[in-house]
Design a protein around this ligand. Structure first.
Ligand code: R5P
Length: 283
């Protein structure tokens, strides 16, 4: 992604070497002793606990070598889901993570952050932030690869994407009811969708983590007599064996954006991210 963005923007790439010492501490080195005033750090933040400290060290190092403004491009922004104290005593990690990154960076660009209980990233982040919406890119994929789609949102939060995609394609959409009983236990219920028996279901969600949300939706749709549903996820987290489990669940194609590098990536976001970088640089 960094090479792609640098190519589109016509800018140089700073080489960064990173490794772990035997005791687990991080070693970092950049390939020069002077950097430009404005530096863009590209780091998608899946596995955030492994990446956060090296990211902070990298920002410090860049400032030491001359960076005055550092823009973080994190196509996947982690720690956006625990944005509320669901049980007494729980940490609201979305706030702590936002505080940490806001201290180190001057601006943030991300893609479809999990903004379900906050209207805007700026409610969490103290730096200028852009949250790129990708419904147009998802709609373009559906249009190019599916005939007669029926857009399926597996939970109420996914309505925002399926409604927009369906409107763009002049196709119907439905939103399922999801109940999450635990990290890996999810059940969904279907509304009456008998009006579209011959349509190709396309399930769209922002994050595929354990894959259980997609799997529960596939099972319900197949039980109801629909064709094997295609699955589109914005962020290809695929925790542990999630991809294999999803692939074995009886669905159709599994497609993701390249916000996180994965072999299911089929929807490129570099053009949208480049446009957002240009927008920030012009401010
Ligand atoms: C939840 O609010 C998200 O939009 C996704 O539905 C969820 O993160 C998917 O997780 P999993 O793949 O673990 O079911």
């Amino acid at each position: 992604m960094a090479e792609n963005l640098a190519g589109q923007l016509g800018i140089d790439i700073i080489g960064l070497t990173s490794r772990r010492f035997p005791d687990g501490e991080t070693y970092l080195r950049i390939d020069r002793e002077q950097v430009s005033d404005c530096v863009i750090v590209v780091a998608s933040l899946e596995h955030p606990d492994e990446k956060a400290l090296p990211l902070i060290f990298a920002a410090d190092l860049l400032r030491e070598f001359g960076a005055k403004r550092i823009i973080l491009v994190a196509p996947y922004l982690a720690y956006m889901r625990q944005d509320k104290r669901f049980e007494a005593g729980e940490a609201i990690t979305s706030l702590s993570f936002a505080y940490l990154l806001s201290e180190q960076f001057d601006a943030l660009i991300t893609v479809e952050p999990h903004l379900h209980r906050h209207a805007d990233l700026n409610e969490l982040y103290a730096i200028p932030s852009i949250a790129i919406r990708v419904a147009p890119e998802l709609a373009a994929w559906v249009q190019a690869h599916t005939r007669n789609p029926l857009l399926i949102g597996p939970d109420s939060e996914s309505k925002q994407w399926v409604r927009e995609i369906a409107n763009q394609l002049n196709a119907p959409y439905v939103v399922l009811k999801k109940i999450r009983q635990g990290d890996r236990e999810v059940s969904v219920s279907l509304p009456d969708i008998g009006a579209w028996p011959d349509r190709q279901p396309v399930i769209v969600d922002d994050i595929i983590s354990t894959g259980q949300t997609m799997i529960a939706a596939i099972k319900k749709l197949v039980q109801a007599g629909f064709a094997a549903p295609d699955c589109i996820g914005v962020h290809a987290i695929f925790a542990e064996a999630a991809y294999q489990q999803l692939a074995a669940a009886g669905g159709g194609r599994i497609v993701t954006t390249d916000s996180i590098t994965h072999h299911s990536n089929a929807i490129g976001l570099a053009a949208s991210i480049t446009a957002s970088i240009r927008e920030l640089l012009c401010e």
